[in-house]
Design a protein around this ligand. Sequence first.
Ligand code: DON
Length: 307
Amino acid sequence: MDVLDYQALLDYIAEGVQPHFGKGKVANYIPALTGVPATKFGMAVQLASGESFSVGDAEEAFSVQSISKLFVLELAMSHFGDMVWTRVGKEPSGDRFNSMIKLEMEHGVPRNPFINPGALATLDLLMGLKGDTKHRIRNFLRFLAMNDAVDADEAVMQSELTHSNLNRAMAHLMKSYKNIDQDVDTLLETYCFQCSMTMTCKDLALAGLPLATGGYSALHDATILSVAQAKRINAVMLTCGMYDSVGSFAYRVGVPAKSGVGGGILAVIPGKMSVAVWSPELDQFGNSYVGTAALEMFTSMTHTSIF
Ligand code: DON
């Protein structure tokens, strides 16, 4: 049994991160994200035992953005297995999440499924399945979060779609290398849909639990991934989930995690729990400034860095 007072710890962290506000910047390259108040902070812990704890704005839905790439990868892995790795690599890129500098040099095969071109290629593979991919993604997130209120934010989706020249360029480049099958417009629309999904910290912590429990979740009463798939996805999160600051994130926090420019970070503590944090101000790498500080406090105080 876990004897830690998680509620007291979260309350302490919410207080402790206060000096970190005002140092980052809310994302503005997707215009609809600029209005999100910079002072938001929420954190939720979902233990493998079923207990959960939260603090602050943990029940407020926000734009998950790149965190959706994790769930699309889960769907792609569960339908296509290792075939995913014929479309994307599993190496850190060392470049920004929306960089295309290596894409031409590496013949249209993105470094990993979490940078934008990798997420586009992974989604393209998933779209090869029969049926509506948007519904598939939304239903999966609702199932994982056990919350039917999980949905796309139409305004954010449209806002990104009208500012997606860079992602569109990557998709065209990959199509020229035959690493994209779908029509680029349809792919981009589906990608903006997945990124615009809104979830709360509580939703995300619950959705991340199967990765902490070897793919089977007693809470969901379902096997979402095989043990091997959960292990592999955690490994790719650890090495690629925080983009070009993955090294310093491992140094400071030390667990697999995936961030989004909405300010969310979902962290997995294998065998124990999943933790979601949200605070919209981003550091220069596009990761939540305050969220990273909160997770650093959390793994340091609970001794749960995997290192
Ligand atoms: O494609 C984009 O640029 C956004 N929809 C998602 C980027 C993102 O969240 C990167 N995360 N830190």
